[in-house]
Write a protein that binds this ligand. Structure first.
Ligand code: SF4
Length: 482
């Protein structure tokens, strides 16, 4: 089996994955290699994931977005899961995490990997506890068996909550919302009932060996992340972070790629400090944040509360943002929730890239603004982050083709369209209509692929049209432009 991306980068090799990433990011191949070699970026690419279009996660590159998919006991069928995968990729997910906890876990995971052009992540402790029957009954052997099996199935990265230590648990006693991470709560229960240290911590080096064999990337889980503003930046959170820093270095010693997960719920004014602290403690390993939500008062709108925090985190140096849907805290998201969550997070990621002055990131904004000012409605829809929604909202009031060149929309109306008034005033002043001086050429933009339309652009040539599971052939639903 070939070495991992980080081992090969350290040896001076530019792999095919690094070449592809350099092309997608519009960056120098040697720069990509250096970033991977130094652990400042990861290319999650399991040796067994054949349909993958490689991508990179690191603060020097465009900000990425993860979408969580997966079933629960209540909803479970493979076709439905593949449909969720395609919806997530279509609306711009750069990676997906299969968080299934229902039935058919192996079949769904294998189908997702086989059918996904983006890296697939998992949280193996979910399957472990399901197979053990209860948290207390988890054994070290079962834990390693499940991790090894998922690595063999082609999973690209796994959340491993190895930073939840026995000595950290009392630090959560005075919290308002205790331990809110599913993995963190399972491991805390195991530690308390067995009176022993977290098995993911004690077996960490064996997990590293499995990951090195398949090139699985660590996503070091933040099992003690705050679940409310009141618990943000507390002793428990930062004690775990120190352990995650130690584990990052252990994984690097084993030639394994690492990213580190972060909170959760954090007031806006504490987000930058949180990101900078992670970067310092974990020696620049990519930070992968869940939100964070900047207020606790808006269930039903937590894609917004968290996208605000995600933008600030991206601006401060977070490399990947885990999306939150409007259903957060309330229920399992459905297709429309996935779409809304991804739109919110693609906006957050792009806004952070523009603010961080990533090469070419603003070209997309400029091109859309030019189309808007030129009243080129068709071009404006084509350039929109979600073209279908932009067109449908416009056409709700002005559906006719004649309105696609109209110098107004129904928002201000024909008499009060400020852009039309402004252009007319310029006509009078200049004696001629000269709407845009210089048009942005997106085909020659230096922007990374994720900062150019359309979203959800991946090379899907490695993804099979159909998939066979237990002798049954499925043809997953696709969007028209996939
Ligand atoms: S009517 Fe108002 S919202 Fe519509 S194009 Fe004109 S300025 Fe923009």
């Amino acid at each position: 089996m070939s070495a991992t991306q980080i081992q090969r980068a350290r040896d001076g090799e530019i792999t095919a994955e690094m070449e592809r990433v350099a092309e997608r990011e519009n960056r120098n191949r040697e720069f990509v290699r250096e970033q991977v070699a130094a652990g400042q970026a990861v290319i999650p690419a399991n040796h067994g994931h054949e349909s993958l279009d490689p991508m990179i996660i690191g603060r020097a590159f465009s900000t990425k977005v993860n979408a969580n998919i997966g079933n629960s006991e209540e909803t479970s069928d493979i076709e439905g899961e593949l449909e969720k995968l395609h919806t997530a990729v279509h609306y711009g997910a750069d990676t997906v995490m299969d968080l299934s906890t229902g039935s058919d876990l192996d079949a769904i995971r294998e189908a997702n990997v086989e059918h996904s052009p983006v890296p697939v992540g998992t949280v193996p402790i979910y399957e472990v506890v399901k197979r053990a029957g209860s948290a207390a009954d988890i054994t070290h052997e079962l834990l390693l068996d499940v991790i090894e099996k998922q690595a063999e199935q082609g999973v690209d990265y796994m959340t491993i909550h190895a930073g939840v230590r026995m000595e950290h648990l009392p630090l959560t006693d005075s919290r308002k919302t205790g331990i809110v991470s599913r993995g963190g709560s399972i491991l805390a229960q195991w530690i308390e009932e067995n009176g022993m240290e977290n098995p993911l911590y004690t077996k960490f080096e064996e997990i590293c060996e499995i990951f090195a064999e398949h090139d699985v990337t660590f996503s070091l889980g933040d099992g003690l992340r705050p679940g409310s503003l009141a618990d943000a930046s507390d002793e428990a959170q930062f004690a775990e972070l120190e352990t995650l820093g130690e584990l990052t270095r252990t994984a690097w010693d084993h030639g394994v790629q690492v990213m580190v997960e972060g909170p959760g719920h954090v007031p806006m004014d504490e987000i930058r400090d949180n990101v900078e602290k992670q970067q310092e403690v974990c020696d620049g390993a990519p930070f992968y944040v869940l939100g964070p939500l900047v207020t606790d008062v808006a269930p039903g709108y937590d894609h917004i509360t968290s996208a605000i925090g995600a933008t600030e985190a991206g601006r401060a140096g977070a490399a990947m943002l885990c999306y939150v849907t409007p259903k957060e805290h309330l229920g399992l998201p459905e297709q429309e929730d996935v779409r809304d969550g991804l739109a919110a997070y693609r906006i957050a990621a792009h806004a952070a890239d523009v603010a961080n002055d990533l090469p070419g990131a603003r070209d997309w904004d400029d091109a859309l603004s030019e189309a808007r000012y030129a009243f080129d409605w068709t071009e404006q829809f084509d350039l929109a982050l979600d073209p279908e929604r932009a067109k449908s909202f416009h056409d709700q009031t002005l559906p006719g083709d004649n309105y696609k060149e109209a110098r107004f929309c129904s928002m201000c109306g024909v008499d009060f369209c400020s852009m039309r008034i402004d252009q007319d005033a310029r006509d009078v002043a200049d004696g001629e209509m000269d709407v845009i001086d210089e048009e942005t050429d997106l085909t020659n933009s230096s922007a990374a692929e994720v900062n150019l339309p359309p979203v959800g652009t991946h090379d899907t040539s490695g993804v099979p049209e159909t998939i066979e599971i237990d002798g049954v052939t499925f043809t997953p639903e696709r969007h028209a432009d996939d």
